[in-house]
Design a protein. Structure first.
Length: 226
């Protein structure tokens, strides 16, 4: 599902070069829920950028859902990211002028006018995250936890095989954060989605099935969570 082979990422040249990732080998099976932790500057954000096809490795290969990302054109990468990868951000990234339903449908709307089946799926997703009564509310009328639930529903609307979450509980209180993590875990299990979550929270990381620690651009440890 996800395969990195000797993947490295360098920014800049010469003595000022920054080696953000160094020859990383990583395999993640379909359906795994992997948490990634590491101090600031360790390379975890760079790794997430590679996994989301927002960036390319300086050397080595990144294969996502069977595709070598470096072999795709810019248009193909954009389409792949839109249809095969779901993204959940710490700051939600909802559009304030759209309703919850419209925000969930946004990945579809970028490509075409949503059909009846897609609207039904988006509505059902909002119901599955406990927001059936908030379908027509805009973000300014929602709590932080509710906005994150909308973001989770949006990430699943195109039924992507890969879901990437960047600090999804970073702006939530502990109780709401725990609810969101359990919801994310449940949604992922039901849809057999591969989830990779970057977090600073050791408790949040325990929700996953595997924990990867990154330091100085390298994988320091990789262990199953029991």
């Amino acid at each position: 599902m996800i395969d990195l082979t000797a993947a490295s990422k360098q920014y800049g040249e010469g003595q000022s070069a920054v080696h953000a990732l160094k020859h990383v080998d990583l395999h993640i099976d379909a359906g795994e829920f992997v948490a990634i932790m590491g101090p600031s500057g360790s390379g975890k954000s760079t790794l997430l950028n590679l996994l989301s096809a927002l960036d390319q490795p300086s050397s080595g290969t990144v294969r996502l859902d069977g595709r070598d990302i470096a072999s795709l054109s810019d248009d193909e990468v954009t389409l792949f990211r839109r249809t095969r990868i779901g993204l959940i951000f710490q700051f939600f990234n909802l559009l304030p002028t759209l309703t919850a339903l419209e925000n969930v449908l946004l990945p579809v709307m970028l490509a075409r006018r949503p059909g009846a089946e897609e609207i039904r799926r988006a509505t059902d997703l909002l119901g599955s995250v406990g927001l059936a009564h908030r379908v027509h509310h805009k973000p300014g009328m929602l709590s932080g936890g509710e906005m994150q639930r909308v973001a989770i529903a949006r990430a699943f609307v195109c039924e992507p095989p890969i879901l990437l979450a960047d600090e999804p509980t970073g702006n939530l209180d502990s109780a709401t954060g725990a609810d969101v993590l359990q919801l994310l875990n449940l949604q992922a299990r039901e849809r057999k989605t591969t989830v990779v979550m970057v977090t600073h929270d050791a408790n949040a990381a325990q929700v996953g099935s595997r924990l990867i620690q990154i330091r100085d651009g390298k994988i320091h440890s990789d262990q199953a969570i029991t």
